[in-house]
Design a protein around this ligand. Structure first.
Ligand code: HEC
Length: 113
């Protein structure tokens, strides 16, 4: 007979084991966005401070091929005439190409509707 405590532990470990595969690209991207980008871009992409472009209105970025967008974000963004610049990778040098790709896919899905 398996007692209740062991059964519960088993259930929790199984749930944790299967969790990563249940995370979609969108939720990975969403977490990266919340941790690195939301501070300047706001939850809806409208911009959290004066000078940050409203990414919902300027959709030019959203039609770029992902690789090109990722390359831009790695360099940082400072367009002519902008008051505020974006630091490379939003200021987090640890973000990988695939993480940047996941976050732009998330942003495209959520802001370009
Ligand atoms: C310190 C503030 C700040 C942070 C943090 C930040 N951004 Fe930005 N981002 C900006 C600003 C400012 C612009 C507009 C720059 C300009 O127009 O020159 C911008 C522009 C962009 C654009 C539009 C690019 C284009 O070519 O028009 C994308 C996409 C973007 N950011 C993605 C991200 C992602 C992804 C993150 C998180 C990894 C992030 N940003 C974090 C400030 C920030």
């Amino acid at each position: 007979m398996v007692n209740k405590g062991i059964r519960q532990t088993l259930f929790v470990s199984l749930a944790i084991m299967y969790m990563p595969s249940a995370l979609s690209e969108t939720s990975v991207g969403e977490n990266i966005y919340i941790n690195n980008c939301i501070v300047c871009h706001a939850e809806d992409g409208s911009g959290a401070m004066p000078g940050v472009a409203d990414l919902r209105l300027n959709k030019e970025w959203s039609v770029l091929p992902e690789q090109q967008l990722v390359a831009r974000l790695k360099k940082g963004i400072n367009k002519a005439g902008s008051v505020v610049a974006m630091p490379p990778k939003g200021g987090n040098p640890e973000l990988t190409d695939s993480e940047l790709q996941a976050v732009v896919i998330y942003m495209r899905n959520v802001f370009s509707k």
